[in-house]
Write a protein that binds this ligand. Sequence first.
Ligand code: PEP
Ligand code: MG
Length: 552
Amino acid sequence: MVEKDAGEVSGKALRLEGVAASEGAAVGPVFVHALEEFEPERETIPEGSVEEEISRFEAAVEAVVPQLSETAEKMREAGNEDEAAIFDAHIELAQDPELADGVAERVRNLESPESAVLAVGEQYAQMFEGMEDEYMAARADDVRDVARQIAVEISGHKAAGLEALREPAVILARSLAPSDTARVPKGMALGFLTAEGSKTSHVSIMARSMGIPAVVGVGQKLEKAFEAETVALDGTEGYAIADPDPDTLAEFERKEQRIASEREALEEYRHVEARTGDGRRIEVAANLGSAKEAADALEWGAEGVGLFRTEFLFMERDELPSEEEQYEVYREVAEAFGEKPVVIRTLDVGGDKDLPGVEQPEEENPFLGWRGIRMCLDVPELFKPQLRALLRASAHGNLKMMFPMVADAEEVRRAREVLEECRRELEDEGAEAGSPEVGVMVETPAAALCAADLAKEVSFFSVGTNDLVQYTLAADRGNERLRHLQNAGHLAVLKLIGLTCEAAKEAGIWVGVCGEAAADPDLIPRLVGLGVTELSMSASSIPRAKKIVSEL
Ligand code: PEP
Ligand code: MG
């Protein structure tokens, strides 16, 4: 997809290109939600009122937390577990002792608590923003959101905005915080169009789980659409048209009808076993980031978990999770899936992430740095508790494990040695342990080119196309300007996947794909054609993937 400049389409219509964040099409009146920056009225406080002001901060946190829990509860009751989890995380942020300490320190220096919470929140947000992982970087807005809510509460103002929406509309905003999205009365958001954001921003996650079309990251051009009366938005293709002409309106009406009937037709595919016309069985699995998502994924028809990202377990907290805590989580997800396979990926964090308990160097190129298996091999106190937890949890289900960011067979051999060491330790301790299959992610060109060597060491490959694309095409996966190069259908990438499949076939092991490409309707036939037998994706994409496979 090549980004076009906003420009006239016809008449006064204006086309905006962005990220296809949540599928579907919508046409409706424009509602501009200008995120008002909250300006505290007081910067400082008089001497002698420090304790009183600290108490006001604490009272504000106590007032905000029940509001957040209520929203989380509402989401949970509506079956929106993903959204509920966002608000759970907000509660944790609001109650974070470091936030409280930071605010108290500033208040002791006579800064007003509302100004202090915004400042400390901003420090946190910038730390998140500096992280290479797109998902973690997107968490910056959560911190700002929580800090803003507390500041507003301290000052006694009430935030106004989206809750006032009385007519279904397409919501335009610079960015949308989860608390904004949650305030939209039911049925009033036809679509979301934002200047900022990526596929993993909250507005995108929430839009997907609410089934509302969204286009994000259209940039400053969005402001040109603020004056429009109507917007037509295509969240599948990733563009919007402000003030569409009658032809565009008719085209969108056809689109909306087609999408509605497609959704209906997909229902019957949720729980089928996908098989190609020539009888090849393709397993369609879900990518998960927490055990809480398991039930939802099963409902969408997940035949297993192709990628369980463990980094969230490590990052949204102050200290490393213990072996016991990890064991509970891995066991919970393994048990939820019963006999179905659950592939858990060992920790994959990059060199610029502040992982508590691990000293990390400053790196010029964190994407090419000390991350994934490289870090784990160097830090046994990080790696071993995870491997021990995985071995123990694998006694409770069909658990498999895989190593990320592998570039060399020697890394796999070393990782397996550590795994064996953990197994021996557990045996000596008399602890229960299973024998999970071990695989590697193919997400560096080196891994694909040396797949024959790697295949000797493992039982399966899982192709991480998100990283494989960025490393093959030398195009940062988060750089919006390089969107046209972020293409897993590029011949170079397909050749590498082909090599991986050939080597796997030769060695008699299976290949899955767990990057975004696994859910791409245009790529599924090519991946299956190359020999991939497992596709893992966000759960809501599962029925369509099964349909595509069944029609091959
Ligand atoms: C990938 O790189 O394709 C992948 C699935 O891993 P992540 O997106 O977590 O880097
Ligand atoms: Mg990756």
